[in-house]
Design a protein around this ligand. Structure first.
Ligand code: NAD
Ligand code: TYD
Length: 361
């Protein structure tokens, strides 16, 4: 039985990755390592927490000693690394958390993997074959590392890095270090850079769940600047299917771009959400749009992201499964149905629950 470490598995994308791997691969033991920051929520994993091949470990990837002990204990065969500080606005207010978790935390994981994979227990030299024993360190990253596009063009895997926010700079830095461990130490790494995800369990600080929650509660919908910025939105489960494919069939040392080919101006997206919510809440047409409020722009706000995922499509046969309009409606339905999940977060109840449950250990 292989033991796979998934970091950040209590977060938005990580919880979908954990669920897919636990349910699809009964011959894997999945260890979910998460610090349970404000963004970590074990309620995202209620349906898998009792599965025999699943284990949760609370811990901080910034703590190098703890990470080394964990790797020595479990002797992981593979790592899928999602743990990160992920919100651009928070990175503008407090960059240091992003530097520590996204850069230092990633280096701690790389070192620990190098220690157990590249050397025998008796201190003999590295395994000669990068693919040895099917080991893999898969680093999950973002298209934001490529910077900002004008009206034309797409990011490819060959686009030069040009990160502009503390968040994207910290992710770019970690991508470079992951590649350095491939070239310098033969560590078997893979990286993917994905566009904006949406779907169930996304923390309601990000645009789509924030708007759903605010429309529901008749609160203003803060649109930064003129709402002209463009993002390429991908259904989270399509991202997770790509992660599964890349983990199992991707080539060591390679990078794969993942995107929805689905560009929306923020203002058009918010209006589309308002239309869906009017119908779902039985409001008069145009009612929710009245909540749209243009606010001061984000500092250094990237104008446009758009991903060319041709390499992943051609080489591994991946394609997104869901049309955006359908995905948005499904997402709205999920948030309306999971009122308790949302209210627990907005009231802060979910953090108290974790504290009680895990401090005792
Ligand atoms: P998220 O903020 O929802 O979840 C992050 C998880 O990491 C949380 O569970 C949190 O508790 C955990 N974590 C944070 N710091 C930690 C630490 N020091 N030690 C251990 N665990 C820690 O993030 P997300 O949106 O699910 O993103 C997951 C990954 O995917 C990130 O690496 C992000 O950069 C990348 N990504 C996200 C998107 C997106 O649209 N959300 C797009 C592309 C790539
Ligand atoms: P976000 O969901 O924070 O993702 P990212 O910054 O990683 O792309 O934001 C998506 C877009 O929506 C981005 O252009 C910023 C904008 N935005 C708003 O206009 N208002 C908001 O309240 C938020 C959170 C984001």
């Amino acid at each position: 039985m292989k033991t796979i470490l998934i970091t950040g598995g209590a977060g938005f994308i990580g919880s979908h990755v954990v669920r897919l791997f636990v349910k699809k691969y009964s011959d894997y033991k999945i260890v979910n390592l998460d610090k349970l920051t404000y963004a970590g929520n074990l309620a995202n994993l209620e349906d898998v927490e009792k599965e025999k091949n699943y284990e949760f470990v609370k811990g901080d990837i910034v703590d190098g000693e703890f990470i080394n002990t964990l790797f020595t204990k479990y002797k992981f065969d593979g790592v899928i690394h999602l743990a990160a500080e992920s919100h651009v606005d928070r990175s503008i207010v407090n960059p240091m958390d992003f530097i520590m978790t996204n850069i230092v935390g990633t280096v701690n994981l790389l070192n620990a993997a190098k220690n157990i994979w590249m050397e025998n227990m008796d201190g003999k030299p590295c395994l000669p074959d990068r693919q040895a024993a099917g080991r893999k360190f898969y680093h999950i990253s973002t298209d934001e590392v490529y910077g900002s596009l004008g009206k034309e063009g797409f990011f490819t895997e060959k686009t030069s890095y040009d990160p502009r926010s503390p968040y994207s700079a910290s992710k770019a830095s970690s991508d470079h270090i992951v590649r350095a461990y491939f070239h310098t130490y033969n560590l078997p790494v893979i990286i993917s850079n994905c566009s904006n995800n949406y779907g169930a369990n996304q923390f309601p600080e990000k645009l789509i769940p924030l708007c759903i929650n605010n429309i529901k509660n008749n609160k203003p919908l803060p649109v930064y600047g003129k709402g002209e910025n463009v993002r390429d939105w991908l259904w989270v489960e399509d991202h997770v299917n790509a992660i599964d494919l890349i983990y199992h069939s991707g080539k060591t040392g390679e990078t794969y771009n993942i995107g929805g080919n689905n560009e929306w101006k923020n203002i058009d997206l918010v209006k589309q959400l308002c239309r869906i919510m009017d119908i779902k809440l039985g409001r008069a047409k145009g009612e929710s749009e009245k909540l749209i409020t243009f606010v001061k722009d984000r500092a250094g706000h990237d104008l446009r992201y758009a991903i060319d995922s041709g390499k992943l499509q051609k080489e591994l046969g991946w394609s997104p499964s869901l049309q955006f309009e359908e995905g948005l409606e499904k997402t709205v339905d999920w948030y309306l149905k999971n009122e308790k999940w949302l209210n627990n977060i907005t009231s802060g109840e979910y953090q108290k629950y974790y504290d009680n449950q895990y401090v005792k250990r």
